[in-house]
Design a protein around this ligand. Structure first.
Ligand code: PMP
Length: 361
């Protein structure tokens, strides 16, 4: 905080938080920049979701179903889950915050991996809890390091699998090894925002672990492959006792009707999902190959983005901006020598490669 102390002092920890800054979306002087800074689906949502969204506009004066029942039922049927253990949120960001608010406060620790998603330490600090970062190995979560940093104060462990911004993942066996070594009072949150993009065969979405162990929460989102980031919708699959706690904490109408109806329609369009995953896999490997030809070695990624190293990442970002291209700087993640580039349309990826060919490394 700069300037005079606030008249109304918030709870401890709140001024330790650097507000989350999303990917840049605007570029002065460029009407339609190439937006590769927020890991959105460049193909957009399913046309069925857009149609459902338009149709619901006649009911804007009505409150939504506070329990998101139809959406939870649809998710449960699709994934073979218990609908009572699904909790929907205003983006998975809300669910992350609710989990922290529910289970961690002053004196408690929230453990995460050094280059893990930024909302974990932010949520921990806003709840007055201590965020503990375990170091990584080769930009990948390190189970031994996480276990070494767990303590009797650890209440929550956040693991993004695959992780944003590194794109790395832990195989099923490693997630199980982590779980087996964590102290009993620690709840493991597997944030699987990018699950639909994963191709690695030793990966598991973790949903089975929820019922199997009773100490895992899995979160997912409609912001990525479903292309519905604007509507703000995520969901958690949690042990019944955790779902009950989240339902007590969340706002009574935390998910808009627009989000609920669009998501149900999106879930019915498996072809759009398949096409989006295929597009991502194709252009992610094309992009990596093209950069390799320019002697730029990108980190292997299971997500819809890649982490690209630069001698001067800030200079490279500025150069890309001069070509109308927005990517994400990584200094806030402790990776000042990298930029994160979302996999866009074919034309967008070709434009990035063409620009980098002109960029003197
Ligand atoms: N988890 C991870 C790993 C993410 O990258 C993001 C989005 N950047 C989120 C959660 C939050 O997504 P949303 O709130 O849009 O569901």
């Amino acid at each position: 905080m700069s300037g005079s102390p606030p008249r109304f002092a918030p709870r401890p920890g709140i001024f330790d938080v650097e507000p989350y800054v999303g990917g840049e979306a605007k570029l002065p002087g460029v009407a339609e920049p190439i937006r590769l800074a927020a890991n959105e689906n460049p193909l957009g949502p399913s046309p069925k979701a857009v149609e459902a969204y338009r149709e619901m506009s006649g009911g804007l004066h009505r409150y939504p179903d506070g329990g998101s029942s139809a959406l939870r039922r649809t998710l449960a049927e699709l994934h073979g889950l218990d609908p009572e253990c699904i909790v929907c949120g205003n983006g998975s960001d809300e669910l992350i915050s609710l989990l922290v608010r529910a289970y961690a406060g002053p004196g408690d620790e929230v453990l995460y991996s050094r280059h893990g998603f930024l909302m974990y330490p932010i949520a921990a600090k806003t709840a007055g809890a201590t965020a503990v970062a375990a170091p990584e190995r080769s930009l990948t979560s390190d189970v031994d390091a996480l276990l070494a940093h767990a303590s009797e104060k650890t209440r929550l462990v956040f693991l993004a699998n695959p992780n944003n911004p590194t794109g790395s993942y832990l195989p099923d066996a490693e997630v199980r090894r982590l779980l087996a070594g964590l102290p009993e009072q620690a709840l493991l949150v597997l944030d699987t925002a990018y699950v639909e993009y994963v191709q690695a065969e030793d990966y598991d979405d973790g949903l089975n672990l929820v019922e199997e162990t009773g100490r895992v929460v899995v979160t997912r989102t409609f912001s990525k492959i479903y292309g519905l980031a604007a509507l703000r919708l995520g969901w958690a699959y949690a042990p019944a006792e955790v779902a009950d706690v989240l339902n007590r904490l969340r706002g009574p109408f935390n998910v808009s009707l627009a989000a609920q109806v669009a998501a149900v329609a999106a879930l019915g369009d498996r072809e759009h999902l398949r096409h989006s995953a295929e597009h991502n896999a194709t252009w992610r490997s094309w992009f990596a190959e093209q950069l390799a030809r320019l002697n730029i070695r990108v980190e292997p990624s299971e997500g819809n983005f890649v982490l690209v190293p630069f001698a001067d990442a800030a200079g490279a970002a500025d150069f890309l901006k001069s070509r109308g291209i927005l990517v994400r700087g990584m200094a806030a993640y402790g990776l000042p020598g990298h930029l994160r580039v979302t996999i866009g349309t074919e034309a967008e990826m070709r434009a990035v490669v063409a620009a980098l060919k002109d960029y003197p490394q």
